[in-house]
Design a protein around this ligand. Structure first.
Ligand code: DPM
Length: 358
């Protein structure tokens, strides 16, 4: 009973470890954590789970555009501190909010099956029935995502784009209760998890707006050395999603992009083929470099012997063969290198400078 972990004594005198899950206080974070807790409870009916809610820097400065805040690990730092101090054992994140390199000592122990990865249009009630194509000229669309704004500015030049901040509840309120925005753009996955599917009036396909790296997938972050917890959460892994997200994260990492750069992706697994489309944009979308590549990925259940050897872009996944993981990672790097050869670095550097100067 020594050591940093928390234990409880059960009725039969047996002592068991309490697994603590850290979460941000936002409603979406709570829902995401609760859903993973539910899955764990189903798989391990005897475990004792406790949920610990805390606020993060990101939640405290909701009024500044996300892309203007330098701190990369905005929503994750406090939670990682708690992990490090053994105050919690598991943290559930939206994968897209996790940097492509995690600080030493942490790893993503599971990536769950991806929800709809696409972006969605949520209309002001007065615009019911319209689409981005049919909204009146100069209608204002709310988004603080450089990625969404870049693609949509190019595709819908008749519309105007303005920042909108706050968590999902705040944004929906700002949309509905004021007359500032004709519509806002949000990830379909977040809206679905909040139970707001009915507000989705249009799903944006890849021809309109490709999604962010990791969008729609939940990630379970743990201490890299905590073998028991790693093994416990590894059963939550969804092999296709893991491969897709590893290729996407490798693409972003090779481009040296953070979570707020105009970079977008689209991936598909068809049989034993993994397809990755990736693109980088100037802030107004006028410059764009985009390409598609594919690779063979043999998904078998060969579990890797050493967890250390199979960490790819921060993910420890032994639910997929190491050859498939390596192929997925290489695909992302190869695609990034192809775009870098065509001048992707210049586009991203300029976009970053202009955004910082705004
Ligand atoms: C990241 C971005 C945004 C979030 C940038 C992007 C959107 C920022 C904004 C990396 N994280 O997508 O280009 O609109 O100001 C975020 C959301 C979710 C996770 C909300 C959303 C839910 C969906 C998911 C914020 N992080 O994108 O609508 O779990 O993938």
């Amino acid at each position: 009973m020594e050591g940093p972990f928390k234990y409880i004594k059960e009725g039969n005198g047996k002592v068991s470890r309490v697994i603590r899950m850290g979460t941000r206080k936002s409603q979406l974070a709570r829902i995401q954590t609760d859903s993973v807790a539910g899955r764990l409870k189903e798989l391990y009916p005897d475990i004792h789970l406790e949920i610990v809610a805390m606020s993060t820097i990101g939640d405290k400065i909701l009024d500044t555009a996300l892309s203007k805040i330098g701190e990369k690990s905005l929503f994750t730092k406090e939670l990682e501190n708690a992990l490090e101090r053994n105050e919690v054992d598991i943290v559930v994140h939206s994968l897209k909010d996790l940097p492509t390199s995690l600080p030493p000592g942490f790893t993503i122990g599971a990536i769950l099956q991806r929800e709809n990865p696409h972006d969605a249009v949520v209309l002001h009630p007065k615009n019911a029935g319209l689409t981005l194509d049919s909204l009146p000229e100069k209608s204002v669309i709310g988004t603080s995502s450089l990625r969404r704004a870049a693609q949509l500015k190019k595709r819908f030049p008749q519309l105007e784009f303005e920042n909108i901040r706050g968590n999902l509840n705040t944004r929906l309120k700002k949309l509905d209760e004021k007359d500032d925005y004709a519509a806002i753009i949000l990830a379909a996955a977040g809206l679905k998890r909040m139970g707001w599917d009915s507000r989705i009036s249009q799903i944006l396909g890849p021809e309109d707006c490709m999604y962010a790296v990791g969008q729609g997938a939940l990630a379970v972050e743990v201490r890299a050395q905590d073998k028991d917890i790693l093994e416990m959460v590894s059963v939550l892994c969804h092999p296709d999603t893991v491969l897709q997200c590893i290729s996407e994260r490798a693409f972003l990492k090779q481009l040296e992009g953070g979570c707020s750069v105009p970079v977008a992706v689209h991936t598909e697994v068809k049989g034993s083929m993994l397809y990755l489309t990736g693109a980088v944009y100037s802030l107004d979308g006028a410059d764009c470099l985009k390409d598609t590549m594919q690779t063979v990925v043999e998904i078998d259940n060969k579990v890797s012997e050493s967890a250390q050897e199979c960490v790819h872009v921060g993910v420890t996944a032994n639910c997929v063969s190491s050859s498939a993981l390596e192929a997925a990672e290489k695909l992302g790097m190869d695609l990034a290198n192809a775009l870098l050869n065509k001048g992707a670095k210049d586009i991203l550097t300029t976009a970053r400078k202009l955004n910082d100067a705004r």
